[in-house]
Design a protein around this ligand. Sequence first.
Ligand code: PLP
Length: 496
Amino acid sequence: MRIASLPDFLLQRIDRASGGPVNRQIYQVLRAATLSHQLPAGLQLPSSRELARELAMSRNTVTHAYEQLIAEGYLETRTGAGTFIADTVPDQIVEVSQSSRSGNGSDQAGHVGLSNRGTQLIQRAGVSTLQWGAFMPGVPDVTQFPNKVWSRLQNKHWRRSRAELLTYGQSGGYLPLREAIAEYLRVARSVNCRTGQVIITTGIHQSIDLAAKLLGEHGDRAWVEEPCYWGTRSVCQSLGIKPVPIPVDAEGMQVLQTDRSRPPRFIFVTPSHQYPLGTVMSLSRRRLLLEYAAAHKAWVMEDDYDSEFRYGSRPLASLQGLDTHERVLYMGTFSKTTFPGLRIGFLVVPEALSEAFATGHSELYRGGQVFTQAILADFMTEGYFASHIRRMRVLYGERLRLLQQAVGRHFGDAIDFSDGDAGLHLALHLPPGCDDRAISRKALAAGIITRPLSGYYMQAAAARRGLMLGYACVPDQQIAPAFDKLAAIIRKHWPA
Ligand SMILES: Cc1ncc(COP(=O)(O)O)c(C=O)c1O
């Protein structure tokens, strides 16, 4: 670029009407042009007086911008000669970028520079852009959370304000919370555990990440349920662990159907409430799975994400409680029982692994949130957790009934749904030719969140068509009208 064109270059990029200080805009334009080499090193700039005149601005405005760029090293002044674009690119960087551009194939992931692993993660992403509204699956009614109680407990801790609560977390998490969780799990979930085996994490995603990093090797295989929770697949794949889909039937994962000669390192299961289909793993399947895992030294990863919510019967005991070979890692979360934004979950590991996991967690994630963990510990020990779950069970049970009624009113027996006795969502089954992804897209455009059931399958040929509908977060009176809208969209896509 010749010096003569610099004022035009700036004028095209400065927006005086934007309200932003013009000296700041000049600074930003020149800085960006320097970094992108549009203005090459060594180029002489007009004097501030000259440029101010060309731009019809006060000289102060230009001087401010120049001074800032000089202070940051983008421009340099040479006594008696003027102001120049500084040479800011170190030689080594020039060499590296030239050799990588010369076609050694290191940038296969495309222009944005993602690694292969990053590209795959983003391409297969399952996470939803919206997290609230009818019928967002897997989200509890956060508006019902007893925030007055929480805020009182929080204030109590602020008044005491101990350094211990404000610094980095202890290995394994805040001890009173680990104790409260261990007690709760022993009583409510028949989990066999001592406090030291409980590791506080930021949720099931982090629990999987930690276990996969500490127990798995790149290239290992992990059996996952077909269909399964997208997060399990994504975290495994991001660590080079290959998910192998194992079909589920009414009794849970079909261990017998599997190629048992090639044992996996991990087996991920949701035995209390299969995600997304809602079945409960039978006792004989549980025992088979545990025997298989013990014989082949596989780790069973029990994902117990929403077992607190059973409406017709008592919650079922955990798989971990049946294990006598120390092969099960039990994963739980507060995302469904309190509110997902809390981001606290827990992992119960076999006794022999407890120290390694506590240290590994601190080493990898440098845990914190001790203050929040202290509030949650009180929330549990003072009985608020149990009473909140009891209250939500009644509320969600009623919402499930309202949704089932709405489905029945529109479709009678033409549509069936997963065993709707538990959890926060319902899987609605659609006929084979029905395009559940298209329905889901149309529904979203009409303001209704659903997830296509086929999206949870790894093998397209095995995929059942359907929609995942979360009812827990939808106020009673909105359930029928929201389903009316959805039903109209489903009808348009009903196979002839
Ligand atoms: C089966 C299953 N596992 C794990 C999670 C996520 O748990 P967390 O919020 O603790 O990461 C979910 C969330 O919907 C889930 O459905």
